[in-house]
Design a protein. Structure first.
Length: 265
């Protein structure tokens, strides 16, 4: 897999700026991070948004595995020779980041976990089965991702998202292949990195949206309390897609934390 197949920014090479690697969630793509690109570049970073397998320019997939997803991102980072990037993972992307922190605990400068959790629970549990059924039943009935995208996005966002960000989130969700979406949902229910939270060795920022029903703030705050030295920050007014709903609020929270980290070091 070539670097260009993962994200448009991967071909730029290491130009001396620290890379910030952005990893999207279900129904996203590298494109969903467009609102962050200019702000991170202006702050002196090299933003590197990635397409996970099955998304964006990459061919659809019918299965996913967190170890393989983590290895895919590790390979993308290796292709550009980047040393100790910052990882920013949203939702399922945050789960990939947690997997990476276990696999290579000293390989990163810092990590930002956005709207994510340390585990999904028992794959055979009633909640998990209901979760899978609720998300896959509409596709099984013949509806398309393009048809479902507006209601799916609106169900995740807070009460007052920016119109441009909402449109971007809908467009990326609509462009997600149905096979990839199914594979991601089925992969999600097998995730569990709770045992490694106490062993994480890099600085971590946990960002939660005030109105996030997928990753409630109280759960993310508990998660942060189990990660040594982790910071928790609540983003007011937003739901599960803060980078699209309120981009300035979102990237300011991350950039402020990174600036504080560099000062402390």
């Amino acid at each position: 897999m070539s670097a260009d197949a993962r994200g448009d920014h991967l071909g730029e090479g290491n130009d001396g700026r620290r890379a910030v690697v952005f990893i999207h969630g279900i129904g996203g793509s590298a494109r969903v991070w467009d609102p962050q690109m200019a702000a991170f570049a202006a702050a002196g970073f090299r933003p590197v948004p990635l397409d996970m397998p099955g998304y964006g320019a990459r061919p659809p997939v019918t299965r996913m595995d967190f170890e393989e997803l983590a290895a895919d991102v590790e390979a993308a980072i290796g292709e550009v020779g980047e040393l100790k990037p910052v990882l920013v993972g949203h939702s399922m992307g945050g789960m990939v980041v947690q997997t990476m922190l276990r696999r290579k605990p000293d390989a990163y400068h810092a990590a930002v976990l956005v709207g994510t959790s340390p585990a999904f629970g028992n794959p055979q549990g009633d909640f998990q089965k209901a979760f899978v059924d609720a998300r896959l039943a509409p596709l099984a009935s013949g509806r398309t991702m393009a048809e479902l995208a507006p209601e799916m996005v609106d169900g995740m966002m807070g009460p007052h998202p920016e119109a441009q960000g909402r449109a971007l989130a809908i467009a990326t969700m609509a462009a997600t292949p149905a096979a990839t979406y199914r594979a991601a949902v089925l992969c999600l229910v097998n995730f569990d990195e709770r045992a490694n939270l106490g062993a994480i060795r890099v600085p971590v920022l946990c960002l939660a949206g005030e109105h996030d029903r997928n990753a409630p703030p109280q759960m993310m705050e508990r998660m942060a309390s189990r990660i040594p030295g982790a910071r928790f920050r609540l983003l007011p007014g937003v739901g599960h897609l803060p980078n699209c709903e309120a981009p300035a609020l979102f990237h300011a929270a991350i950039l402020d934390c990174l600036a504080e980290l560099d000062q402390s070091r």
